[in-house]
Design a protein around this ligand. Sequence first.
Ligand SMILES: [Zn+2]
Length: 164
Amino acid sequence: MNPESAASERAVNLGRHRRACTVCRHPECAEIEAAFVAWESAATISAQHGIADRATVYRHAHALGLFDKRRRNIRAALERIIEKAGDVDVTASAVVSAVQAYAKINAAGEWIERTETVSLNQLFEKMSTPELEEYAQSGTLPAWFRSTVGATADDSRGGESYDE
Ligand SMILES: [Zn+2]
């Protein structure tokens, strides 16, 4: 399938979705989407906004590509865990690993693992000033950095899950 016909098929599917979807027609649609991307549970979202069930939220999220957005927003999920440490009984080790994971994920949601063979600090020293500025502003590492460090992709780290 060429990209254009794939795009037009998506448009048709989206049109069909919008006609049937209570989230699309919901006055708080934008808030619902923001909550989903921030890893709020679909059950909580549906209860808070008077939506029939969480499946409706998931269907909407699929149709609008929110799963991808949410996956890139892994920092928000970790923030929720770290934040909860104050008021519920999260084990200390869960909080510590969330903090460590948070520190390893750059702004683009990519996992940067320190390895024995590569010194990240040395690589940072090799970066030019514009590259460092770019990294500071957007979290984007230069392409050569990625290929040196190797596996930073988070693709292998779990897919979509319907479990709460
Ligand atoms: Zn919808």
